[in-house]
Every structure is written in C-alpha cells, then in structure tokens.
Design a protein around this ligand. Structure first.
Ligand code: DQA
Length: 147
C-alpha cells in the first residue's frame, strides 16, 4: 500500500479557532480524519503532519521524494500556508526531491490579498487546489490516488 503524505505548514495547527470566516470551524484533527477516510476509500496509507518550521517542511519533502522514488509513496498534498508565498527553499525542495506535489489551500488565495496571489510552490507542483475549504483534502487524496 502506498502512502499519501499530507504536510501542513505554519498556523494550520490553529484551524478551528483561526479566522473561522476564512478557514471554517473544523480543526486540524478533523482535517486528518477527513484525509484518513479518503485514504481508506482509495487504498492509501496516510502520513499526516503539521509544522510551523520551514526547514522541517523541506526535510519532509526530501523524505517523501525518497519514498516515492522507492515506490512507497503516492505523493504529497502540501498546504504550505504562508510559506507558499515566500519560500524559494520549498520550491527547490520539491524540484530537488522529485516529489509529486499537489499544492492545496483551504481558502481561495486568488480572491484574497494581493500578497497571496503569488506562489513559489505552483511552478514546482503537479496540480493546485484552492477554495474548497477543508473538503479540498479528501478531494486531493482522490486525485493523488488516480495519478
Ligand atoms: C492557506 C492560504 C495562505 O495564504 C495562508 O497563509 C495560510 C493558509 C490556505 O489554506 O488557505 O496559512 O494556505
């Protein structure tokens, strides 16, 4: 069984209380449960993580790239949070590790502030999803299973 990695970046541990008008009322634990149910449905194992540290995301993407190269991983669903808009290091990590990444955002970043319109992840990603709320996570799992 291949693993679907779901990596969440900074401030996503605050889901449920963080700007609920933007991100909804569901917690990160709820998001993990949604992702797990989708993985079970699609025959994938789930490795679900969150960190507030950019370098940790870099290391995790390297790990996922290795697992993918060894045939053990389906790919990565990456919500890099604000690092999406700032991190050349994450861009380089995805390319360097050869990881298949679906970039995911809970909110529609293109309907928000101009500083959220640019992503360093998108040019290195296989696909981009934004604006489906936390329902985007199971949708991304289904997409990953079909890739
Ligand atoms: C986010 C959008 C980012 O702009 C923001 O910094 C986040 C969350 C989203 O899921 O909508 O932390 O990635």
């Amino acid at each position: 069984m291949k693993t679907a990695y779901v990596f969440n970046g900074p401030n996503l541990n605050l889901l449920g209380t963080r700007e609920p008008a933007v991100y909804g009322a569901q917690t990160l634990a709820d998001v993990e449960a949604l992702s797990r149910a989708a993985c079970e449905q699609h025959g994938l194992a789930l490795d679900f993580r969150q960190t507030n540290h950019e370098g940790e995301l870099v290391t995790w993407i390297h790990e996922a790239g290795r697992a993918q190269a060894e045939g053990r991983a389906a790919g990565v669903i990456l919500n890099a949070g604000a690092y999406t808009h700032t991190s050349v290091a994450l861009h380089d990590a995805i390319k360097g590790a050869g990881a298949l990444v679906i970039e995911l955002h809970i909110s529609n970043v293109h309907a928000r502030e101009a500083f959220r319109h640019h992503s360093y992840i998108s040019p290195a990603a296989k696909a981009v999803m934004a604006g489906f709320g936390v329902a985007g996570y199971p949708l991304a799992v289904a997409a990953l299973a079909g890739m």
